[in-house]
Design a binder for this molecule. Sequence first.
Ligand SMILES: *Cc1c(COP(=O)(O)O)cnc(C)c1O
Length: 229
Amino acid sequence: MNDLTQAYKIVLEQIEHACHIAQRDVDEVQLLAVSKTHPSEMLKTMYDMGQRAFGENYLQEALDKIEQLQDLDIEWHFIGHVQRNKTKHLAEKFAWVHGVDRLMIAERLSSQRTVAQVPLNICLQVNIDNQDSKDGCQPSEVEELVQHISQLPHLKLRGLMVIPAPNNTQAFVDAKQLFEQVKLQHAHPEDWDTLSMGMSGDMQAAIAAGSTMVRVGTALFGARDYSKL
Ligand SMILES: *Cc1c(COP(=O)(O)O)cnc(C)c1O
């Protein structure tokens, strides 16, 4: 068994274990394989093991991989910072965008999603633990953003995405509470089903707090080498 195969099995077991401890059904937590900086061949290997959802942060790198792997049935998630001038590619090429934190970005994504496509799945990124350097809207802005974004025609607003500072378990609990609280503002509350939180180092705490999607890179693919980008 090669490293990638083994790492994939270990991560799936860790998710299962975290669900067991939290007394949650393992089907409630989806694995998003975060593949930034890693070559298409590695994605293909993981695809052959059954993984379908992959997350990328850098648009050009992602577009290259989408092209190279176009024959595979991959669900592409964009988890990087969304720049205003990049929304067209995101709207056309991805199934999910996690880093939406302003109404204007959501409006552009909705108007640029082609009518022939299914709605673009969106998570609203929240700066849940008030970090200076991080993207994301403020928790106090979430209600109003949910109200407006949930009415946009070519989007499906699925939930929240957070990236708290390391070892901040309370931030996951706060995110879960906010997630439940703003559901009432949603124009289509049945679409509100995703809490995107937890990475390689804090999956278990995120799952304990109610994560429905963990975004895992390093634990699956190993350390990243940014010099090759
Ligand atoms: C890179 C990245 C991840 C994966 O982080 P690991 O610690 O490598 O698991 C998850 N979420 C986001 C938003 C990222 O940018």
